[in-house]
Design a protein around this ligand. Sequence first.
Ligand SMILES: *Cc1c(COP(=O)(O)O)cnc(C)c1O
Length: 417
Amino acid sequence: MYQELGISKETVSLVTNIEHELQDIYAKIDEICDLHSLKVLSSFHKHHISEVHFYSTTGYGYGDIGRDTIEKVFADVLGSEDALVRSQFISGTHALTVALFAYLRPGDLMLSISGMPYDTLHEVIGIKENASSLKAFGVGYHEIDLVNDDFDDDKIVDYLKNHKVRLIEIQRSKGYSTRKSISILKVQRIVSKIRKIDNEVIIMVDNCYCEFVESVTPIEVGCDVMVGSLIKNLGGGIAPNGAYIAGRSDLVELAGERLTCPGEGREVGPTLGINKQILQGLFLAPSVVAASLKTAILTARLLEELGYKVEPKYHEERVDIVQNIIFGNPDDLIHYCQGIQMASPIDSNAIPEAWDMPGYCDQVIMASGSFTQGSSIELSCDGPIREPYIAYQQGGLTYSYGKLGVMKAIEQLRKLK
Ligand SMILES: *Cc1c(COP(=O)(O)O)cnc(C)c1O
């Protein structure tokens, strides 16, 4: 059967041996999965989720009981006062944009304390010129780089003592950078220092790829608001699109006014039949995140065995589902991504190539044979064609499919040797 998929005996036995070594690490992932499953199930019970909540609204979407209850469930699961969970958010970037424009006013100052934000936010903030950026509306921006993959506490404290900052942004996952992702413990430490100086500043977290990986959320350690995408962790591979903003009620309310219009806010927003998928996606999300993590751990151990540098290493703490493989040359990166695509359920016959994508300086290669376009909770792998040629791999709806993807990818690497 493996041979039919073009996977050699060598690869199968290598993976089987390595898998045995990883059982203790997998068991810890299962514990976290149990915890989050418990939270989700308890909230479903508390809100008496029933078929009523699957019904759909159209047009303005007034009185959508399913939608309103989904938002209560998300708030419970994320440990927040409230949440806005909508398919009218086109992407994680859109939800982050709505939040930033909801909280920042002309003359306000935004501070990023995790260095340069995710690529797609550059034009939103005005780091790259755009006539509709926050900067074009008179919002100031400053960033403080991480040092040794951690917050620069002294610089942050010093800056806050000398400037009135309206909003602090923390991006936990690494994006296309070479840094490590930021753990909840580090967030907790810096938040307590920030609060000693400024009780009013809004602390907003880009939590993409981090949901259900650790046991507590940024809100539970004192952040005001967190944002993430439903075609990543919390959608469980079932949500067809959308994103969420969760946190303090007043901030969720402001985001609603910005997403639709002042005065109508959260009261409107048709669900067009997706309530069941959002609920079922959240229900499956703890397991899907666990499958993604196991796939990432297997990948780290395997690729290290084959002589590549990886980040994080298989036994290291994980705070998101992203696995980096530092290939050191373009050929390996390209072949690996092509292998991931070949083992995908959808478009397995397409061969991805590096191309000049809008918004990126370097050519980028992307493998994503997913049921939902661009979904990266499904096994996907991409990377810019620049030194040191890093692949950013994430997702895996089930561990078996994740494993098959990685097997096929290393088979493509073998062909180069
Ligand atoms: C994925 C991601 C986003 C949002 O990306 P979209 O493709 O717009 O959903 C934002 N920040 C980080 C760190 C991400 O990984």
